[in-house]
Write a protein that binds this ligand. Structure first.
Ligand SMILES: NC(=O)c1ccc[n+]([C@@H]2O[C@H](COP(=O)([O-])OP(=O)(O)OC[C@H]3O[C@@H](n4cnc5c(N)ncnc54)[C@H](OP(=O)(O)O)[C@@H]3O)[C@@H](O)[C@H]2O)c1
Length: 229
């Protein structure tokens, strides 16, 4: 029987690479995004019967719960959950406009909290939850503003979850990528060699999922070869 993976924000970037690798390994893949056109494009490109897409804005709790309930109406259990959806809005705490913190906390933190809580009752023993944090979860930087705050918080969430789920034998891994070549970096004038390839993040996650039941990698810190940009 096919295993099941849920990936938030799978229509492009790192999420799309994750969709691809799990489909290639015979998983049933459930993903969501805000933009229906992006999801349609993904479905067309992947052209795979095991890909199931759902339009949802995970910054909204009710959308997260609709997404989760839709999955649970189709599946008895979930093997892997990847809380990937997130976005970067540059700024400084002292000058960014009102609401920037709320927007990023809603998408980058609350989405993972609500989706995890909704799916947890159906996550299998030896299931695995990956939380897409960032080097910004451990490195404060100027112009990181509320993004850094949200990603520090997501790492906190992930670490607490790891402690809570040890007894249930559900693995939890925090993934901390540095600059990865996705639309997040559109307009930045640097050679592509200065970035991580999103497929490298997906391959790393997939290989970690395949460790034996007695081991879990708690944190994956992955940077561009030449360091942070
Ligand atoms: N790229 C990097 O350098 C980098 C580094 C460290 C960590 N990360 C983290 O990795 C994750 C993926 O980043 P990425 O660079 O791959 O981003 P991306 O290319 O912009 O893709 C983001 C994906 O998430 C979806 N998404 C965004 N907001 C959403 C929302 N509110 N509800 C539902 N879906 C949403 C997007 O689709 P829609 O726009 O249609 O919703 C898209 O499918 C994020 O959490 C990001 O913070 C990225």
């Amino acid at each position: 029987m096919n295993k099941t993976v849920v990936i938030s924000g799978g229509s492009q970037g790192i999420g799309k690479s994750l969709v691809k690798i799990f489909l290639n390994h015979d998983f049933k893949v459930y993903t969501c995004a805000r933009n229906q056109m992006g999801l349609d494009k993904l479905s067309k490109e992947m052209n795979h019967q095991n890909l199931f897409t759902f339009q949802a804005d995970v910054s909204k709790k009710e959308d997260v719960l609709h997404f989760a309930n839709w999955i649970l109406s189709k599946e008895q259990s979930v093997d892997v959950l990847i809380n990937n959806a997130g976005f970067f809005e540059p700024g400084q705490i002292q000058s960014e406009e009102d609401g920037v913190l709320e927007r990023q906390i809603e998408t980058n933190l609350y989405s993972a909290y609500h989706l995890t809580r909704a799916l947890l009752p159906k996550i299998q023993t030896f299931g695995h939850i990956f939380n897409m944090c960032s080097v910004a979860s451990i490195t404060p930087y100027v112009n990181g503003g509320s993004y850094c705050i949200s990603k520090f918080a997501l790492l906190g969430f992930s670490k607490v979850l790891r402690e809570e789920l040890k007894d249930r034998k559900i693995k939890v891994t925090s993934v901390l990528p540095g600059a990865t070549l996705t639309s997040s970096w559109e307009g930045v004038n640097l050679p592509k060699e200065r970035f991580i390839d999103p497929d490298d993040i997906a391959n790393t996650i997939y290989s970690n999922y395949n460790l034996s039941p007695s081991a879990v990698v708690e944190e994956i810190l992955i940077r561009p070869m030449e360091g942070d940009v």
